[in-house]
Design a binder for this molecule. Structure first.
Ligand code: SF4
Length: 428
């Protein structure tokens, strides 16, 4: 079998060595607390206790919506004026809130104390608090901490910090048989599809991290090989490598081509034959390619501009340019992790304008001058851009929606074709 043939056949590929515009100005991004919205759904016996202000509480409450049917798995320990004025002992207050919570919710097996701007401003040491509370609840609840603070971060870093905080506690594996770990929060349906595919290829020693239950943490050791399912997990990758695991570099599993290359990185590492790989992937790959064929006529030749927001920008740009023939106007990313992006950069057109970091006013000027057909950006920029006649796509939607793997390739393309169709209908 072969990978999808590059669509821009005449255009030189690979922008690993291309210059990158580095911006260090004002940023328009959500903070890392946002990750709680998808993480709390994934790890079903975990609770995320934000140690923050009413603003932090409002952010996650409104971003997550009101959960009517479920016991919420996140909350905020509000730091109030007495705490800020130093009139109360914040550690005692926090211990009291945690005791109250755990007495009410015996189902919680893993508690994250999530740091915020206010907890950092008053220098509340949440790692010591986590150690203290972990010893108090020994064997019943594990207490970990990470920061979701909005200072100089972007919203997907919350997941990275959360996963990295779990790595030191993963059980040590002494097994010498290679075992695959897929790293990054995926919708359960995507996880089930990937498990089936790996099993059909002969890889059944497989774990997903984070797991669905905190009591089923995957083992880790020198025989662990891991694939990142999300591109924003640089700290987690480092922490896994520090525990002896080996990263399998690959493009990310977006689109038919991305998914094929991602799966192939595992089959190469596990010595799976090309025939077996082909047999296991042929049908879903063809379904993905057919699904993409339906969206290509609308998307091909359309110009797209990415503001730096989710850290998914580079893999999405590769997917849209190679599999749907969209033109890349500018691809902004909050951080450019060259090592994790090496295979993605190789697949971008050589002429791609890459930018790292943000200076929102200058970027808006470039966007307006480029007049793209579609803009991928954060929520804060979408409305003003729509008001100026641009078609936008919220980058956060691409993190919430299941988009990885063959079966989701058509849905992913649909996220870009639908806003264009809507605008055309409105204009008609
Ligand atoms: S952590 Fe900081 S940026 Fe995020 S909601 Fe709280 S105060 Fe705002």
């Amino acid at each position: 079998m072969s990978l999808v043939i590059p669509i821009h056949a005449n255009e030189p590929q690979g922008c690993s060595d291309s210059p990158v515009l580095v911006e260090k100005g004002q940023r328009e991004v959500f903070c890392g607390l946002t990750g709680i919205i998808w993480l709390h759904r994934k790890i079903q016996d975990a609770f995320f206790l934000v140690v923050g202000s009413r603003t932090c509480a409002h952010l996650i409450q409104s971003a997550a919506g009101v959960m009517i049917f479920a016991e919420p798995r996140f909350g905020t320990a509000i730091i109030d004026e007495r705490d800020l004025a130093g009139l109360a002992d914040c550690n005692e207050e926090l211990d009291r809130v945690v005791r109250q919570l755990l007495a009410r919710r015996p189902d919680i097996k893993l508690l994250f104390l999530v740091g915020s701007c206010p907890s950092e401003v008053i220098k509340l040491d949440l790692s010591r608090a986590a150690q203290r509370l972990s010893s108090e609840y020994l064997h019943a609840v594990r207490v970990l901490n990470y920061s979701g603070s909005g200072i100089e971060t972007t919203f997907t870093q919350g997941e990275d910090a959360c996963l990295a905080s779990m790595v030191p506690g993963l059980p040590q594996s002494t097994d010498t048989t290679p075992r695959l770990m897929v790293v990054g929060t995926l919708a359960d349906v995507v996880e089930d599809q990937l498990r089936q595919l790996f099993s059909a290829m002969g890889i059944s020693q497989l774990d997903f991290f984070p797991p669905r239950r905190s009591t089923a943490m995957p083992p880790i050791g020198a025989s662990t090989r891991f694939l990142l399912a999300q591109p924003f997990l640089a700290d987690t990758a480092k922490a896994l490598q520090a525990r002896g695991a080996r990263h399998l570099g690959a493009p990310f599993p977006l689109g038919a081509e991305g998914t094929t290359a991602w799966l192939q990185a595992a089959t190469h590492a596990f010595g799976i034959s090309q025939e077996r790989f082909e047999e296991a992937t042929r049908a879903p790959r063809q379904r993905a390619e057919q699904a993409l064929n339906r969206h290509r006529p609308l998307l091909q030749g359309k110009k797209i501009f990415f503001f730096p927001d989710s850290q998914l920008e580079i893999p999405l740009a590769r997917f849209l340019s190679r599999e749907l023939q969209m033109e890349l106007s500018e691809v902004g990313t909050p951080y450019l992790h060259r090592q994790l992006m090496a295979q993605e950069l190789e697949l971008l057109p050589r002429t791609t304008k890459l930018s790292e970091g943000q200076d929102v006013e200058r970027q808006l000027d470039r966007c307006i001058a480029a007049q793209p057909d579609m803009v991928v950006c954060g929520l804060g920029l979408a409305n003003p851009l729509e008001a100026r006649g641009f078609t936008t796509k919220w980058s956060i939607e691409l993190v919430f929606t299941p988009i990885q793997g063959y079966e989701q390739a058509g849905d992913l393309a649909g996220l870009f074709s639908r806003p264009l169709t809507r605008r055309m209908k409105l204009a008609a």
